[in-house]
Design a protein around this ligand. Structure first.
Ligand SMILES: Nc1ncnc2c1ncn2[C@@H]1O[C@H](COP(=O)(O)OP(=O)(O)O)[C@@H](O)[C@H]1O
Ligand SMILES: [Mg+2]
Length: 512
């Protein structure tokens, strides 16, 4: 007997349909799986046999051949256990599922030895593509039902045991499809953080407002204890609202990494804060079956690299390409995988090895050579992609202890940001674009300067010997400042402020 069941696997964040063909024939009792299976699929043979036995189902005494097609598709993971087991039961006529039902259904799930069905990675991505392929239902592990149910117009049936599924397929016991009510997951600390907790530092808060409003990467330079980490961690509280499509994109990445933890969607923009000992593969993604790295887990959110100079230089260098293209391509011998990686980079560092260069109260103990060596870890091409670079001096004791001091709160800062985001949605006719991602042509088109501002930029361009990239960076930031003040043209005040956010660029210009 021969039967065909449909399943799917993910490559990157895209799902691909896999046909599971099962053939039972007379011959030596044996069990083969063919179609480029990896080690996990070979092991699944063991799991399937034991799970069926422990569910009280006796395997037919036949030669079982399973083919996973297409053969050239690299298949990974354990999610074919369930379709293979169901295929065997159907081919052995222990199940009599109609061909229409089989054609309309995708099965995914890993089996435990006792027959229970364990969660798998990528259920959301698979449900998304199954619906596009016109499938009517998807049968998934119970623990993945919520995430798959984010996708409307496809019936999601969550199952927790093989016996439960067999009874359902024999029409002995109904199963209720999962409700399409997204369950949101967000970081619990979110509600505790607020910019009101940061005393003083109005300039840094202003720079963060510009970063959030225009999607500009930002770098803080300042002595230890000045509040750089504190400021960066609060950026998430003022970011523009995430759209549904962005939520879906980011949640798919968490789904294929197995990080949704029972939720269907990541409700807030992600905030990722990897430690400086992270490997290159951990940061940008990698592994023999490539997994998304921190930059993709930060997609549509924030990547915070604290103590930037402590990261290995090679590790930071690999950020250059994704910062430009907003995605990362991981090449492997057999196939390459692309993951989205559009994130806002926030970085913090001390100005020198001892941390007190430029401090008004403490002396810096570093030689100028050691400072140069320290800062050279940051390559020019990386700094080129950081529009806002600001010095964060330590706040004095009186300001820190002043209980009457009411600085700007996150809610205060959010109002003008929301306005600026709206202006940009109209400008780019897309909610995913911002001033920080403007191409050269767009900078020329959208950054119209007043005559006074034009005069100033001409002088600055010659005097500072600005590169074209440096010039565009200043104009992009000025565009966001003008948007925050609902001005359609860039006035001289906007430009002057934009020119102040060049701390490290200025340092390197002086060196040459
Ligand atoms: N402006 C500030 N307002 C309130 N507390 C501050 C401020 N700056 C620093 N602190 C306090 O000092 C601690 C150290 O700040 P941190 O952000 O870790 O500094 P850095 O990262 O620059 O070394 C913070 O946890 C916070 O308690
Ligand atoms: Mg810090």
């Amino acid at each position: 007997m021969h039967t065909k069941i449909f399943s799917a696997t993910t490559i990157g964040v895209d799902a691909h349909c896999v046909e599971v063909e099962v053939d039972l024939s007379l011959g030596l009792i044996n069990f083969f799986i063919v179609g480029l299976p990896d080690v996990a699929i070979k092991e699944s043979r063991q799991r399937i046999q034991t799970a069926l036995k422990n569910s009280g189902i006796k395997l037919p005494e036949r030669k079982i051949t399973v083919n996973l097609a297409p053969a050239d598709l690299k298949k990974e993971g354990t999610l074919f256990d369930l379709p293979i087991a169901i295929g065997i039961l159907q081919a052995a006529q222990l199940l009599k599922i109609s061909q229409t039902f089989l054609n309309e259904t995708i099965f995914i799930g890993e089996l435990s030895l006792d027959g229970s069905i364990k969660p798998i990675k990528g259920a959301l991505a698979i449900a998304y593509d199954a619906q596009k392929l016109g499938k009517k239902r998807i049968i998934v592990p119970h623990a993945n039902a919520q995430e798959a149910a984010l996708i409307k117009d496809i019936e999601v049936i969550g199952v927790s045991h093989l016996i439960q599924l067999v009874s359902f397929l024999r029409n002995e016991r109904p199963l209720t499809p999962a409700q399409h009510n997204p369950v949101f997951s967000s970081e619990p600390t979110d509600t505790l953080l607020d910019f009101a907790q940061v005393k003083g530092q109005e300039q840094a808060k202003r720079a963060l407002t510009i970063a959030a409003a225009g999607g500009h990467n930002i770098l803080f330079i300042g002595p230890p204890g000045s509040g750089k980490t504190m400021l960066a961690k609060r950026l998430a509280t003022i970011m523009p609202q995430i759209s549904f499509d962005q939520m879906l994109e980011t949640s798919k990445i968490y789904s294929v990494s197995g990080k949704l933890n029972g939720a269907s969607v990541l409700a807030t923009r992600p905030f990722r804060n990897p430690h400086h000992t992270i490997s290159q593969a951990g940061l940008v993604g990698g592994g023999s079956f490539p997994q998304p790295g921190e930059i993709s887990l930060a997609h549509n959110g924030i990547l915070f690299l604290d103590e930037l100079t402590e990261f290995k230089r090679d590790t930071i260098e690999v950020l250059r390409q994704p910062l430009e293209s907003k995605q990362v391509c991981i090449s492997r011998a057999l196939h390459s995988v692309t993951y989205p990686a559009s994130f806002l980079l926030v970085a913090a560092l001390n100005p020198c090895p001892c941390g007190f260069f430029g401090d008004t109260k403490r002396d810096c103990l570093c030689s100028s050579q050691s400072i140069d060596k320290y800062l050279k870890k940051l390559s020019g091409p990386l700094l080129d992609r950081i529009d806002l670079q600001i010095h964060v001096p330590a706040v004095d004791y009186d300001t820190l202890k002043d209980t009457t001091l009411q600085g700007k709160s996150s809610a205060d800062m959010k109002t003008s940001i929301a306005r600026a985001t709206e202006t940009q949605s109209e400008r780019f006719t897309s909610s995913n674009r911002s001033n920080g991602s403007m191409t050269s042509d767009e900078v020329e088109k959208h950054c119209i300067l007043s005559s006074e501002a034009e005069e100033l930029i001409r002088k600055v361009f010659d005097k500072l010997n600005l590169s074209m990239r440096g010039y565009h960076k200043v104009l992009k930031v000025a565009r966001t400042i003008a948007d925050l003040e609902t001005s359609s043209i860039i006035e001289i005040g906007h430009l002057k402020e934009a020119l102040t956010y060049r701390s490290l660029d200025r340092y390197f210009e002086k060196q040459h």
